[in-house]
Design a protein around this ligand. Structure first.
Ligand SMILES: Nc1nc2c(ncn2[C@@H]2O[C@H](COP(=O)(O)OP(=O)(O)OP(=O)(O)O)[C@@H](O)[C@H]2O)c(=O)[nH]1
Ligand SMILES: [Mg+2]
Length: 394
């Protein structure tokens, strides 16, 4: 049975450094959550669970189509769904100012937790939704991943690191990859660099007459320019020359050897009690969103003027076309406003409430933090089959 214990205040936890030894660094105390209720500020309480531990988690991140789900399937066959083909959607309806905009639609829509065993260590590897060309979805994805990280932190599941996947056949590190990487580094903070594994995928696609020449050039460019701060801070770079379980396991095993880490965003949210949009990463996401809200309102104003003009001139065809465009813009604006609200949340108390609720619901108690984690996240997290089976058999 999971029990809640009240403990006295402990100082804030800082990110752990890379361990030089080859053994797993089990240090459950480093992410032991402190829980606080609004009525108890400024005194703090610490929450702990009478369940066996420690339990480890690793997040797999990267833009849509970078191969996150495929990577996880290398560890556990068919545990998550992989995009068959990257679909695109014609966004001309919703972008009247551009003729034809093609957007990549992400395949993975929510975080999926997959339990796997590397050597003797059981670890939960998490598939996450990726950023795509639709910048309006950045805030939603960011909020989803943050909710996930908040629950992981408060439950004392040890975060071993983040695997960042990058397609080597992308000839420019721009757009969504650049945006997402900037946000990721703000989420993690400098101290977490050793816990980030930078992995290039799709090497088959750059094979040419000169072997891997083009890929190796891009790999060097990534290290020298775009990833240099992370690499200098201790992040490792890996190449998935071929898709193999051994390679995927080696990458996960490297992170498992690191000391567990508390990310900057977790400290900002839970130690400093910040609102999501006031964290370093949140500020970045929300200022980009505010710019797009501003642009959207200008577009809406222009369309309204055009609509009035078409009505004045009794041009029915033009009026109908503009009305359609206006409706699409208004729908997108409504989504932007909902995302703005999501970013204004303060996850600390909300997360604790959800944990307590899930904990109280389960008769006989939860057998592990990961089980309780799934109970807390509910529909916000899908569970891969093997994890669900483990639950049933646990
Ligand atoms: N050639 C090659 N194809 C790959 C590799 N990894 C993934 N793919 C293919 O790329 C496509 C996208 O892969 P996914 O694993 O679904 O990518 P994802 O990052 O999970 O994408 P989202 O869920 O949309 O964010 C699929 O068709 C995969 O089969 C790789 O290393 N080499
Ligand atoms: Mg996916």
């Amino acid at each position: 049975m999971v029990k809640w214990r009240i403990r006295s205040f402990r100082p804030a936890v800082s990110a752990r450094r890379i361990s030089s030894g080859g053994d797993l660094q089990d240090n459950p105390a480093s992410t032991r959550p402190r829980v606080r209720s609004s009525s108890q500020r400024p005194e703090d309480r610490t929450l702990s669970f009478d369940v066996p531990g420690p339990e480890y988690m690793i997040l797999v991140m990267g833009v849509t189509g970078s191969g996150k789900s495929s990577f996880i399937n290398l560890l556990e066959d068919d545990s998550v769904s992989v995009g068959r083909n990257l679909r695109s959607r014609n966004a001309s309806m919703s972008s009247p100012l551009h003729d034809l905009v093609t957007l990549i639609v992400p395949d993975t829509k929510s975080c999926t937790a997959v339990k796997t065993k590397i050597g003797q260590t059981i670890v939960t590897v998490v598939d996450t939704p990726g950023f795509n060309d639709d910048e309006d979805s950045d805030g939603k994805i960011f909020a989803k991943i943050t909710r996930f990280l908040s629950t992981q932190y408060r439950l004392g599941i040890l975060l071993k690191g983040i695997i960042w996947l990058q397609k080597i056949d992308d000839n420019k590190f721009t757009g969504s990859a650049r945006r997402y990487m900037d946000i990721l580094t703000q989420m993690c903070g400098d101290d977490a660099s050793p816990n980030i594994a930078l992995v290039t995928t799709m090497w088959e696609k750059v094979k040419g007459t000169d072997g891997l020449g083009l890929g190796l050039e891009r790999d060097e460019e990534l290290r020298q320019h775009y990833w240099s701060t992370l690499v200098d801070g201790g992040s490792c770079v890996f190449q998935m020359y071929t898709r193999s379980r051994d390679r995927a396991e080696a990458i996960v095993a490297t992170l498992l050897k690191k000391a567990d880490v508390v990310l900057q965003i977790q400290r900002e949210l839970f130690d400093d009690h910040q609102r999501l949009d006031r964290t370093c990463a949140g500020k970045m996401v929300s200022s980009a969103l505010e710019e797009r809200i501003f642009e959207k309102l200008q577009t809406i104003r222009t369309l309204r003027e055009q609509l009035e003009d078409a009505e004045r001139r009794k041009n029915d065809r033009k009026r109908d076309r503009i009305r359609k465009q206006l409706d699409a813009q208004l729908d997108e604006h409504a989504i932007q406003m909902r995302t703005r609200e999501e970013l204004r949340c303060q996850p600390d108390d909300e997360t604790d409430e959800k944990i307590k609720e899930a904990n109280d619901k389960k008769e006989g108690g939860w057998k592990s933090r990961i089980q309780l984690f799934a109970g807390v996240m509910g529909p916000l997290v899908s569970l891969a089959v093997n994890l669900a089976l483990n639950f049933a058999g646990a």
